[in-house]
Design a protein. Structure first.
Length: 335
């Protein structure tokens, strides 16, 4: 999110000075590409990986799920808060979660990167290491991309996926009477951001959640198989993202505070910072949990917890009332 004032040094965050390592300008575009792609696993769907004008992936389903996210230094990450490896993992996780939210399985990743010429190569190879590591969680690879010079460090990741013969799970499928459920962490990344913004670096559990999310990738296809009627990746805040489902489906969504079990660690951090931790759970983004709606008689897949119902209306209500305050993050209206 938005940058804040400087914070104390953290020994867990590596700082690389330009004098300590070759720069991007000295290594060059193709030298960097060679360094970050050499001897990397490509993933089962990759027929032709990096090295040609384009990659070739097998798509037995005949349809391709595609999504893209852009991360900008100072907006989505800070290298004095996160290691380059964390940044790489975060960039990939944001996209893989979108694929999962469609009920699909990832098949490959593309990356575009822009950076100043004096960027230390260790920063860029660290980002690449993190990207490959997160891609390996779902057995896919970086199959191609591009590198360009620019005034700031920017990472664009495109993820591709396969529906494996299933229909995509859209935002527009929720129906009155459906159950609303979530799978994955909520509020942890927001708590970590609050900690970092106030100049602290612990507790490590919430700071780590901000630095490198852990989306429940397998839960997306599992929800599709269980009959999910709508699904979304919680990237900007649960209330804000469920509002997208409500609008697309022309329904209302009613949530209950009692349905949310607030983890002890969030209670502790909230008490220390003077924040109600339920605020982070309802409005915090970047954990990349999955929120889905299911028919009333459906059995929820493992890991999903019911938090409300789909109802009449067009709004997302909490205990029958509109939520007071911002419901999530928007790049052009949030400050």
């Amino acid at each position: 999110m938005s940058p804040s004032s400087s914070v104390p040094e953290d020994p867990s965050v590596a700082h690389v000075e330009a004098s300590d390592t070759p720069s991007l300008g000295s290594l060059g575009e193709f030298g960097l590409i060679e360094r970050v792609t050499r001897d990397r696993p490509a993933g089962a769907a990759t027929l032709l990986g990096p090295g040609d004008d384009a990659a070739v992936l097998a798509q037995p389903d005949g349809r391709v799920v595609a999504c893209v996210d852009v991360l900008v230094e100072g907006v989505h990450f800070r290298l004095d808060w996160s290691r380059p490896q964390d940044v790489g993992r975060k960039a990939v996780a944001a996209n893989l979660a979108d694929v999962a939210a469609m009920g699909a399985a990832p098949t490959g990743l593309l990356c575009g990167l822009a950076a100043p010429a004096d960027t230390p190569v260790e920063v860029l190879t660290g980002i690449a290491d993190g990207m490959w590591a997160e891609a390996g969680v779902v057995d896919v690879g970086l199959v191609g991309g591009d590198v360009a010079s620019g005034p700031a460090l920017m990472i664009s990741v495109t993820a591709l996926g396969s529906l494996e013969g299933r229909a995509p799970v859209l935002r527009s499928g929720a129906r009155q009477g459906d159950r609303v459920a979530v799978c994955g962490r909520l509020g942890w990344a927001a708590a970590g951001l609050a900690v970092l913004t106030r100049g602290f670096r612990s507790p490590g559990a919430v700071v780590g959640a901000h630095r490198s999310p852990e989306p429940p990738y397998a839960a997306g296809p599992a929800a599709a198989l269980a009959g999910a009627t709508a699904m979304i990746d919680v990237s900007d805040g649960l209330l804000a993202d469920l509002a997208h489902v409500a609008r697309a489906s022309d329904v209302g969504i009613s949530l209950s505070r009692k349905a949310f079990a607030v983890p002890d660690r969030l209670v502790e951090v909230g008490s220390a910072l003077g924040v109600d931790p339920l605020e982070w759970i309802l409005t915090g983004g970047e954990d990349h949990a999955l929120a889905a709606t299911f028919p009333a008689d459906a059995t929820l897949p493992e890991g999903f917890v019911e938090i409300g119902v789909v109802a009449e209306g067009a709004d997302v209500l909490v205990d029958g009332e509109p939520y007071a305050g911002p419901t999530g993050w928007d790049h052009f209206t949030s400050g």
